[in-house]
Write a protein that binds this ligand. Structure first.
Ligand code: S3P
Length: 467
């Protein structure tokens, strides 16, 4: 499918929800599978990435029931899922040595690598074409250092490993050893893989990051009774003396701030907009984009609404960006510790920069080159298609905003990357004619219902078959 975006003069107005947080969803399924007894997850959004994790566990004998599919992940109810946990040592080898398909989900592949290399059965992990280009040594190498027998295929272009990943079983009586890793780049996926493998290890797991990445794994492990301590960007899990029991739990998963960011930026861009996004997770390791937008004179007001499962939730109240002089967004610089806190929002922040006064400079973001696409290259090229001056840096981008007048309508392709597809739609909202965004089925990985939510707010975004 493609999106056809026809710019309108009217403002965006309304109260909306976004699908539940994909990162928390993965972790909730994993820990529910390892728990003793049945866990209930509500507001589970059944986005494709989360479903990849769910199906991988089904293939390892973890039964689940979809109590309510909740066809509309942006409704108040959402989906309800019951997962019948098998306990820490209850996973079974997938039948017929079937490979576990992680689809487009890097989080599924990296977190499962950690969990499965500690088992006494072998597995292999496969993924789609994009996943088969993504670097995996960053997770496999530290796992091997603690005794795991895992290997990826040689990367086609880099000195690295990629999917498929093959994991050999540990022998009877064997377990992984302790691990102490200082990560060169902050990564919640690598940290989480090490922590999950550490549930089974003899000895502690210590992970130190240059700056703290999203800490959903730590929060959830603590909540289900795993002995873990976190201080700043260092975390330690020491299973000594732990009975190995993970308590079953109930969790209503908060809305995904990475999805909400698209609506905040849309409201910041379209004059006169007033938008409220309710029930959004606002874990401080995820709110970097709101900090950046605030520095640009946009963003959203965070109205706290308590906590669920150790995760703070809030309503985001947002509208058109204006400073005291009546001007809109202002350029800013993005780098350092802000980058891991806004890692998935950089593409949509590029859109805000495209409409800001002045030159926005993004640095320290080389990681974007190894996401679902090379997001620095794809985003710079898409910005140029919409008539915005953008040049790539090795670890970032410079964008000269075009705050006045309209952008140039464009016909662009997402490169199969959901966040690029959605960012392009927002550029189309401010263009001088209809724009076409191609190859947008990928949006279902994280934000099923994206076009409909924008339509509910008053935008004209239509899904059309690709020609
Ligand atoms: C994620 C961590 C981040 C992020 C990804 C989800 C997670 O990746 O970009 O979308 O759920 O742990 P890295 O760990 O590679 O930075």
């Amino acid at each position: 499918m493609d999106f056809l975006v026809r710019p309108r003069d009217g403002a965006l107005r309304g109260v909306v929800r976004v699908p539940s947080d994909k990162s928390i969803g993965h972790r909730a399924v994993i820990l529910a599978a390892l728990a003793e007894g049945t866990s209930t997850l509500t507001r589970f959004s059944f986005g494709e990435d989360n479903v990849s994790t769910l199906e991988a566990f089904a293939a390892m004998g973890v039964m689940h029931e979809v109590v309510e599919r909740g066809d509309d992940p942006t409704s108040a109810k959402g989906g309800t899922l019951r997962v019948h946990g098998k306990g820490l040592f209850g996973l079974e080898q997938p039948h017929d040595a079937r490979a576990l398909d992680c689809g487009n989900s890097g989080t599924t592949m990296r977190l499962l690598s950690g969990l499965l290399c500690a088992q006494h059965f072998g597995t292999s992990l496969i993924g789609d074409a994009s996943l088969t280009r993504r670097p995996m040594r960053r997770v496999l190498e530290p796992l091997r250092r603690r005794g795991a027998l895992c290997k990826g295929r040689k990367h086609p272009t880099k000195d690295d490993e990629t999917a498929p990943i093959v994991i050999a079983p540990l022998l009877d009586g064997e377990a992984l050893g302790p691990s102490s890793e200082k990560l060169a780049v902050a990564s919640a996926q690598v940290k989480s893989a090490l922590l999950l493998s550490g549930l089974y290890a003899h000895g502690p797991t210590i992970v130190e990051e240059p700056t703290l990445s999203r800490d959903h794994t730590e929060r959830m492990l603590l909540r289900v009774g795993v002995p873990l301590r976190a201080m700043g960007s260092i975390v330690q899990l020491d299973p000594a003396g732990w009975d190995g029991k993970i308590e079953a739990f109930e969790l209503a998963i908060p809305g995904d701030i990475s999805a909400a960011a698209f609506l905040v930026v849309a409201a910041n861009l379209v004059p006169g907009s007033v938008v409220r996004v309710v029930d959004v997770g606002v874990n401080p390791t995820r709110t970097g984009a709101l900090d950046v937008l605030r520095a640009m004179m946009g963003g959203a007001q965070i109205v706290p609404k308590g906590e669920r499962g150790g995760e703070p939730v809030a309503t985001l109240e947002t509208g058109t960006a204006v400073d005291e002089s009546g001007a809109g967004l202002h350029a800013t610089s993005i780098g350092g510790e802000l980058v891991p806190r806004a890692i998935d929002e950089i593409p949509v922040l590029c859109v805000a920069a495209a409409r800001a006064k002045g030159k926005t400079v993004i640095r320290d973001a080389a990681e974007l080159r190894v996401k679902e696409s090379d997001r620095l290259a794809t985003m710079a090229s898409i910005l140029r298609s919409f008539g915005v001056e953008a040049s790539e840096l090795p670890d970032g981008m410079e964008i000269t905003g075009k705050p006045q007048g309209k952008l140039k309508a464009a016909d662009v392709t997402s490169e199969g990357d959901h966040r690029i597809a959605m960012s392009s739609v927002l550029l189309g909202l401010r263009a001088d004619g209809p724009s076409r965004i191609r190859d947008v089925d990928c949006v279902a990985t994280s934000f099923p219902g994206f076009a409909r939510v924008l339509r509910d707010l008053g935008a004209d975004v239509e899904e059309v078959p690709s020609d």
